[in-house]
Ligand binder design. Structure first.
Ligand code: ES4
Ligand code: ZN
Length: 324
């Protein structure tokens, strides 16, 4: 089964590029940019990853971004993940990036986009992998900050495929960003949002109704509202579920006690993803293996799950066909 899962052609739809920053690369970039890290080695840094919920994790995650200074840094960050995808037979990826986390440190949109789009082009040429960039809005910052970021992204309108909504969910309901999502719609972007990770099922409704999203990131708390489950099943709204993330952030005590199997059995359009693999203990295949350990799915179920990811992607129809 391990070999079967490794060899399956895969797509990944919920991945924060800043969350792929491995301690080793963080040290290399820190040295290159003469930035002091308060740890003596990558191993000591990793052992300081002591978080138990989303807020604690996000503090470390934003701290880690300080080493990303030049377009070359963003290129190296993305290329390390893309190379990893090649090894794992991940042939299509839709990657979140958090411009606000960089702009507030004085890094321009051009630096970020030059690096990321350069890596995308090379991934296509070297690995034959297709990809898209989803600009994610930090929901714990003011709406005006989001609107300003959208203005800065306008020159890159055609290099970006979608808008997302991430960061601290509780107390930051999706509806607050309605205008931002309307502008993204005018840019021709797809719309997704983190909802129902730590926040209630109500936030999923709000993201669907007010932000007009097409795909829900996480969404695992949908089971708390049977009417919502009915709606999601009926319309086959995809959920980008991140099993190891959910355990590391305390959404579930462990994979076996997560509701992954329940979501599948309810007939929801589930996809498996890695979220922030450098922090949560595994890339996509590792997430699939963890699910397999806990729930012993069949090969047809896994084929269905990988097809769900391909179908739920924003790749053109011909590309989806080629991926299956
Ligand atoms: C995130 Cl797991 C998660 N949730 C919300 N925002 C995020 N940003 C990066 N990882
Ligand atoms: Zn996420």
């Amino acid at each position: 089964m391990n070999e079967f899962l490794s060899a399956l052609p895969k797509a990944e739809l919920h991945l924060h590029i800043e969350g792929t920053l491995e301690p080793e690369l963080m040290f290399i970039l820190a040295e290159r940019n003469r930035i002091h890290l308060p740890y003596a080695s990558p191993d000591l840094l990793k052992s300081a990853y002591d978080f138990h919920n989303l807020e604690q994790f996000l503090d470390l995650y934003y701290q880690g971004t300080s080493v990303l200074q030049t377009a070359n840094d963003f290129y190296d960050l993305a290329m390390a993940y893309f190379a990893r995808c090649d090894v794992e037979h991940i042939l299509h990826y839709e990657v979140f990036f958090d411009p606000q986390a960089h702009i507030r440190r004085g890094i321009s949109m051009d630096i970020i986009m030059d690096g990321l789009t350069g890596a995308q082009q090379d991934a296509w040429h070297h690995y034959g992998a297709s990809s898209g960039l989803i600009m994610s809005i930090l929901r714990d910052l003011p709406v005006d900050d989001a609107l300003e970021t959208l203005k800065l992204a306008k020159p890159w309108q055609h290099e970006i495929i979608g808008i997302g909504l991430d960061s601290a969910e509780k107390g930051n309901p999706p509806g607050k960003f309605r205008t931002a999502f309307e502008i993204a719609d005018e840019y021709g972007w797809h719309r997704v949002a983190h909802a129902g990770e730590e926040g209630p099922a109500e936030y999923i409704w709000e993201a669907l109704n007010e932000l007009k999203i097409r795909r829900i990131d996480h969404g695992v708390r949908c089971v708390e509202d049977p009417k919502l489950v009915d709606y999601l099943v009926k319309h086959q709204v995809p959920l980008t579920v991140c099993p190891l993330s959910n355990v590391r952030l305390g959404v579930f005590p462990d994979i076996a006690q997560s509701n992954f199997k329940q979501l599948l059995d309810l007939g929801l359009c589930v996809t498996v993803n890695s979220d922030d693999p450098a922090y949560f203990g595994g890339y996509l295949t590792q997430n699939m293996l963890a699910i397999q350990d806990a729930f012993e799915l069949t090969q047809p179920q896994w084929i269905q799950l990988t097809h769900n990811s391909i179908d739920a992607s924003f790749a053109p129809a011909e590309r989806k066909q080629a991926l299956k």
